[in-house]
Design a protein around this ligand. Structure first.
Ligand code: URA
Length: 240
């Protein structure tokens, strides 16, 4: 593999960004400075260092973000700030959010440059479970829990698969209910539309889990981090 590709892939840089440290003499292969960007690296044997630090070859990158409100789940947008804008420039290349959260939804967003994995996670037949916590205006009743469990017909006539709805707390003074809901589909505005179908309104919505991947509650809104190897294997378990 060419040295500039090795650096670009591993560091999330474009090929032309990766050429700069190579030409500046900051990259060594087996302890020797190499300034030729097309130098061939043997992935099995060569040790590449950037600024004296060994670079482990990594084609794919996997991140979780605690998505804040007011950013859209897209790679680019002419008007709105996107989740990719919240990622450091050096990590951005090829990255896309797997699935969409509404602009006003917060919580777990998985981002990667691994198109195959992204595709599998979104494939409807994989039924990847998504878990959300929400604040609902009004009182959610056991009857609604049962309705959700048997699948709902949305206002446009579409039906949803059974969803597990749990009532976490009812605040009668404020007339609102905290709930947790697990769904296996990803229809547009699905949770808002499911509550809409029973004449209720979602006030706050946060995703906390996607398949085996749980939101790291230590991440502040807008922060992101790389997945640990364990988290990655939890995520890909069951979808192959
Ligand atoms: N359902 C919604 O209504 N909105 C989201 O962002 C995710 C699920």
């Amino acid at each position: 593999m060419r040295l500039d590709k090795f650096i670009a892939d591993s560091k999330g840089l474009t090929r032309s960004q990766a050429k700069i440290p190579i030409k500046d003499g900051l990259v060594s292969v087996n302890q020797k400075i190499v300034k030729q960007t097309k130098h061939q690296v043997d992935l099995n044997f060569d040790v590449v260092q950037l600024n004296g630090i060994t670079v482990i070859y990594q084609e794919y990158r996997y991140y979780m973000m605690n998505k804040p409100k007011n950013v859209v789940s897209a790679t680019s947008d002419v008007l709105e700030k996107t989740v990719i804008d919240l990622i450091a420039k050096v990590n951005q290349k090829g990255l896309f959010p797997v699935g969409r959260l509404d602009k006003d939804t917060t919580g777990l967003l998985f981002l990667t440059n691994d198109g195959m994995l992204g595709h599998k996670l979104l494939a409807p037949r994989k039924h990847v479970t998504k878990v959300y916590r929400a604040l609902i205006a009004g009182e959610v009743t056991e009857e609604i829990v049962q309705t959700f469990a048997s699948g709902i017909t949305l206002k446009n006539g579409e039906t949803t698969k059974p969803a597990l709805l749990k009532i976490l707390a009812i605040n009668r003074q404020k007339n609102e209910t905290k709930i947790e809901i697990s769904i296996v589909e990803g229809k547009y505005h699905q949770i808002k539309r499911m509550f809409g179908a029973v004449s209720m309104r979602v006030q706050e919505l946060k995703r906390v889990q996607m398949g085996g991947l749980k939101l790291d509650e230590g991440l502040k809104l807008g922060e992101y981090r790389e997945l640990t190897p364990d988290e990655l294997s939890c995520l890909i378990r069951n979808i192959n």
